[in-house]
Write a protein that binds this ligand. Structure first.
Ligand code: HEM
Length: 138
């Protein structure tokens, strides 16, 4: 059986406590019955009601149990239309981009460290040259 497909516009109409759809990883979930039971509180779910909550969901680092709960609330696939907000898969892109940025951060740090080390070595060299020149003058 083909999955039901919902557009973002359709999902965004379900944004009240009694009728609450969330999008996680391009799948639509009906969380209305779960709002009161959510261990993280109803407020956070209502905040992302009718929206793509992939980022919020993944940022918390929900357990496998939480993911299984999601399966039980599955409504259908999100059908992206031109002009819809871009896929909000922050967690996967951020882990790769944060990996990249921390890599470049390390690269920059290393660069700064080498520059600083070079400057200190040069200063020490100059100091020793001056000291030995002064010694020779005596
Ligand atoms: C409909 C999707 C969601 C389901 C099924 C769900 C389910 C759960 C479950 C089962 C827990 C208990 C801990 C765990 O098993 O990981 C939990 C905790 C939590 N959830 Fe969600 N959650 C959903 C969406 C969200 C969203 C969108 C947020 C937004 C920030 C959120 C924030 C939290 C927080 C902060 C906790 C930790 C609560 C604590 O440990 O005190 N959840 N959630």
């Amino acid at each position: 059986m083909a999955d039901k497909e919902l557009t973002f516009a359709e999902v965004s109409e379900h944004n009240t406590k009694k009728d609450l759809y969330l999008v996680v990883h391009d799948k639509v979930y009906d969380c209305s019955s779960f709002v009161d039971e959510h261990p993280g509180g109803e407020e956070v779910l209502l905040d992302v009601g009718g929206q793509d909550s992939t980022e919020a969901f993944e940022d918390v680092g929900h357990s496998d149990e939480a993911r299984e709960l999601l399966d039980g609330m599955y409504v259908g696939k999100l059908k992206r239309m031109p002009g819809d907000p871009a896929p909000n898969t922050h967690s996967s892109s951020s882990s790769s981009s944060s990996g990249a940025s921390s890599g470049s951060g390390l690269g920059l740090g290393l660069y700064a460290f080498l520059l600083l080390g070079g400057a200190v070595a040069y200063g020490a060299y100059q100091y020793l040259q001056n000291a030995s020149a002064a010694e020779n003058q005596q």
